[in-house]
Design a protein around this ligand. Sequence first.
Ligand SMILES: CC(=O)SCCNC(=O)CCNC(=O)[C@H](O)C(C)(C)COP(=O)(O)OP(=O)(O)OC[C@H]1O[C@@H](n2cnc3c(N)ncnc32)[C@H](O)[C@@H]1OP(=O)(O)O
Length: 419
Amino acid sequence: MARMSLEIRTLTSPDELPAWFRAVAVGFLRSSEVSDEEAASRAPGIELARTQGAFDGDRCVGTFRTMPQQLTLPGGASLPSCAVTNVTVSPTHRRRGLLSQMMARALTAAKERGDAMASLISAEYPIYGRYGFGPAAWIAEWEVEIARAGLDPRHSGPADGGSVRFADADEVRAVGPELYERYRGQPHRQGVIDRTGRWWRQLTGQHRYPGDQFTMPFFAVHRDAAGEAQGLVVYSVKEHWATKLPENTVEVSSLTALTPAAERALWEFVLSIDWVARVRSGFRAPDDVLPLLLPDPRAARLQTVADFLWLRPLDVPRLLESRSYAVPGTLVLDLHDAAGLAGGRYHLEAGPDGAVCEPCDADPDLSLEIGELGTLLLGDESAVRLAALGRAEEQREGAAASADALFRTSRRAWCPDVF
Ligand SMILES: CC(=O)SCCNC(=O)CCNC(=O)[C@H](O)C(C)(C)COP(=O)(O)OP(=O)(O)OC[C@H]1O[C@@H](n2cnc3c(N)ncnc32)[C@H](O)[C@@H]1OP(=O)(O)O
């Protein structure tokens, strides 16, 4: 049998994109065909220099792409992350190391570029741990049965004296991006990522792919008493009538609120629409307040809890110096990184006023794989739990609890967007 000649390389010409998009569609089991028209409409979102293909002769059998991303850390600062997406290897070429090679190239490039970390949303749990990624933020989804929730349909409107009004696509494009920028800079928004102009154009139907089934969603903006936009909810309605009884479902795709009053007002709004029997929350932070806004929280039934955002540290001092810490403390971390990108021993001196993290030779307090630091970075996992699981090793008794005192956050990390 002739041996295959497999080549992995960065795409060099937009002419290669149609075959590359077809390979993505095949890898994701979507279709074996992507029209040239659709490929052309997807091409402007792609940075060729960050797009890899695996080729068997002239056939594209593997895909891997990265994008620039800003990712918020505890405290509200954000750092550049190398966002990984469109990872596929054709079923005919799997388990021969193609992904491993594309990942190694992408992480090396990200490190050289100065990205502090890499991020992705993992299709399956077991794929990315081997490359130094760890699950850093989880999602939860609820379905609220309105009849059981006990809400008073005569509720008196937003607690801040503001209003909730529908907005059209133009208003959303005018108000949404700035509102969201303020949102992702708030102190407890760790895990939130930036949204591009293209993201907003897609949301509002200004940018559509040929063949997409787009229906304009409903947009409602909450403004406070001074008229300042403080929140935006985006939802669609799944229609169902059961012999003259309305059984419609509101499906929230995004709810962003800058204040607790706006958050409450927008949830109460979507929970009080006539003809609606159920509200699906969409993917939210696992500690979202939604159930507790209901007189009967059990009316919010949990549908999904799952890992979502995975992080791979690339620049440990920058990551640990850029996040916030509620209490003062010091910790020496011994980080193992088989890829040689971010491992080593680091001394962290942290506190509410800032942190210094430097390479050192001191005796370590805690030893762990680099991916476990990805898991701890946003404060969503306990080092004590990782130690109990054998995923972190205490070199000093009590070090895991000290790490938790430093790293854990009062609100849970959340990434609102799929990328
Ligand atoms: C960010 C995103 O885009 S997530 C989307 C990921 N893509 C998909 O899930 C689409 C369907 N799957 C695929 O296309 C491929 O199977 C991929 C991309 C997941 C893996 O590609 P491959 O080229 O087969 O991976 P590769 O051969 O480099 O695997 C390296 C190691 O990871 C393991 N591995 C790869 N995929 C998986 C998996 N899905 N589950 C468990 N282990 C896996 C391999 O067994 C191998 O282990 P080994 O080194 O101990 O032998």
